[in-house]
Write a protein that binds this ligand. Sequence first.
Ligand SMILES: Nc1ncnc2c1ncn2[C@@H]1O[C@H](COP(=O)(O)OP(=O)(O)OP(=O)(O)O)[C@@H](O)[C@H]1O
Length: 230
Amino acid sequence: MLILNNVTKHYDDVVVLKDFSLFVEKGKIYSLLGPSGCGKTTMLRLITELEKPDQGKIELKGQRVSYIFQEPRLLPWETVRKNLELVCPKKERQKIDELLELMELKEYEGAYPKELSGGMKQRVSIMRAFLHPHEILLMDEPFQALDLKLKAILMKEIYNLHQSIKNTILFVTHDLDEALLLGDEIFVLSPKPASVVKKFSVSTPQMERKSEDMQFIKEELIKLLNHAPI
Ligand SMILES: Nc1ncnc2c1ncn2[C@@H]1O[C@H](COP(=O)(O)OP(=O)(O)OP(=O)(O)O)[C@@H](O)[C@H]1O
């Protein structure tokens, strides 16, 4: 469980979050859908404790946090394998080989980040986030720079990994289709200062979601977002 209780955060005279509250249950995927600049990244930074709220409280209850950023952020002077080993406890290193196989990057384990394409680097950073011991995974628009095919593959892989370790995922995006494909719960955020405008639960399992089944929620989301263009 993760609770944000009436959190307020401002930078100089800009109020980014005001009385922001969120209740997150263990083991679910939450899509947080909100317009650009509404304060999504700020909220994630507060959860990682990189920043402190001005008011309110964030309760992590001892859970560890892992993070997938918008861009890969790998250590450029280390190989793919070393980038992964650095976050992975020694006794769990066999997982690195399993993941390299799964992500079809085994033959690149000795390569340096500059030798990889953007999509390959983002795959390594996804592996790294899953190898880092955690209960809560924060994903900050991780598919932004990727083409549609790779995005679909990675979303499926992230879902499969989530199913195997049952982590809690907070997935921040401004892409309606991404939010609908991955979330068990979808929270629509207002423009800055962000607040939760509406919540939707999606009961259809992720791998069985077809666009026609999602049409109703999609139309509702579009109506809400039309008041806050994304
Ligand atoms: N360190 C900072 N100092 C000053 N202002 C900041 C800082 N970090 C964020 N902001 C401001 O806070 C607001 C929210 O930024 P944030 O990055 O949290 O939004 P976001 O919803 O993640 O945006 P995007 O979808 O474009 O990534 C923006 O107006 C931004 O300029």
